[in-house]
Write a protein that binds this ligand. Structure first.
Ligand SMILES: Nc1ncnc2c1ncn2[C@@H]1O[C@H](COP(=O)(O)OP(=O)(O)OP(=O)(O)O)[C@@H](O)[C@H]1O
Ligand code: NI
Length: 373
């Protein structure tokens, strides 16, 4: 039996306490990311995506109150990549004997919410979770070459691999490493940042808006790189409001609205027929689709309503929506006509938090990929 590594987020809630107000930044979030897949987390600006990412990394400021759980479970047999660069250190959090751990190659699960900072710093950030930063160029230290920054990261993480090896895996030539950040093109800076994120051979890659400010070819290259990391056996959590980028790379898509995860769906089913009205609205807003924005604005996170936060913007709302809908798997979609009675596979099922979900064929979207690409 081999268990894949996965991140299992359940009931994750983040509140910022300010004088006179509480920001409900993340509310009761539930989702999973597994080794070998890319989960895209999408949603409008300010809905709580980055706060979620920072909560997972233990990087929130002192006025944040985090509850719920986020279990990081390193699996026991599915190897990452072709040649793992690093034997994970097992000197902490060890309820089992080092020999047993060595035999299984796994680490004990860690709850990122409950774990002390010392554990996150020593065994999680960089080692089990790699962060691809938002703007690689500014993330790099300007006065040192890419090589010296990579070498330092490798040294700190106890990785015996060479900077050249790491760079080659990220698509860089040794000569590229001898450049200073200002001598790197946007694409190369992105690759250096990717190489840095991989310096500790983490199995989970967290990329928060890795393509903001990049032009389309660079977005495409970055998405291809993230796809490769997932295909290589890592888990990729991509945070973006670029639905086109998400469509290029994601296996599954999670949608956040006003601090809650309101939809989790396989990417193909999501883009072909979203079941949550807000998700349908997001897709309709795309220039390559109907180019029709959702009317209205999301609520303030300091004043969230008691019921469904999308209610005031939703055409389908009813009295039932005064109650917050739970995220739940929708019943099996009806058998499409002409399918010869084929029943939709479980993997096509969508989870939504909605009292009035759309039927799968109720919102057919003519996909115009030529316009989108
Ligand atoms: N330290 C903090 N104190 C108080 N409120 C905060 C703090 N950090 C973030 N917030 C609030 O939490 C909410 C969620 O912010 P977040 O950065 O997660 O949004 P986002 O979904 O990542 O948006 P974007 O797509 O613009 O990056 C926002 O209302 C933001 O103002
Ligand atoms: Ni953000």
């Amino acid at each position: 039996m081999t268990a894949p590594s996965r991140l299992r987020v359940d009931g994750l809630t983040v509140r910022f306490h300010l004088s006179g107000a509480t920001v409900q930044a993340v509310t009761d979030a539930r989702f999973e990311v597994r080794q070998g897949e890319c989960l895209a987390l999408v949603g409008e600006s300010g809905c709580g995506k980055s706060v979620m990412a920072h909560a997972l990394l233990g990087l929130l400021p002192g006025n944040a109150e985090v509850t719920g759980s986020a279990w990081l479970e390193s699996g026991d047999g599915a190897p990452i990549g072709r040649s793992p660069l690093l034997a994970h250190s097992t000197d902490n959090l060890v309820p089992r004997s080092p020999a047993a751990l060595a035999a299984s190659g796994s680490l004990p699960p860690v709850d990122l919410v409950a774990a002390p900072e010392e554990v996150l710093a020593r065994s999680v950030r960089g080692r089990r979770i790699g962060l691809v930063p938002q703007s690689p160029a500014t993330h790099l230290t300007p006065v040192r070459t890419a090589r010296s920054q990579l070498e330092e990261a490798l040294r700190e993480l106890g990785n015996p691999a060479s900077a050249d090896d790491l760079a080659a895996r990220a698509g860089l030539r040794p000569a590229d490493l001898d450049r200073y950040p200002h001598e790197l093109s946007g694409g190369m800076a992105q690759r250096v940042a990717n190489a840095l994120a991989l310096a500790g051979d983490p199995w989970l890659i967290l990329a928060d808006e890795p393509t903001s400010g990049l032009d389309r070819p660079l977005v495409d290259a970055t998405m291809a790189e993230l796809r490769r990391l997932a295909d290589d056996g890592r888990a990729v959590l991509l945070i973006t409001h670029d639905l086109r980028a998400a469509e290029q790379v994601a296996d599954r898509v999670a949608v956040m609205y006003a601090s809650r995860v309101v939809s989790v769906a396989p990417a193909a089913a999501f883009f072909a027929g979203p079941r949550h009205p807000y998700a349908a609205g997001l897709l309709d807003a795309l220039p390559s689709r109907r180019f029709t924005p959702i009317p209205g604005r999301p609520p303030e996170l300091t004043r969230l309503p008691d019921g469904c936060a999308f209610l005031p913007r939703c055409e389908r709302a009813s009295a039932a929506c005064e109650r917050v809908p739970e995220l739940a798997e929708l019943p099996e979609p009806p058998v499409p006509q002409g399918s010869g009675g084929r029943v939709a596979p479980v993997s096509d099922r969508q989870e939504v938090a909605c009292h009035h979900p759309l039927e799968p064929l109720e919102h057919p979207l003519e996909l115009d990929h030529n316009a989108a690409r």
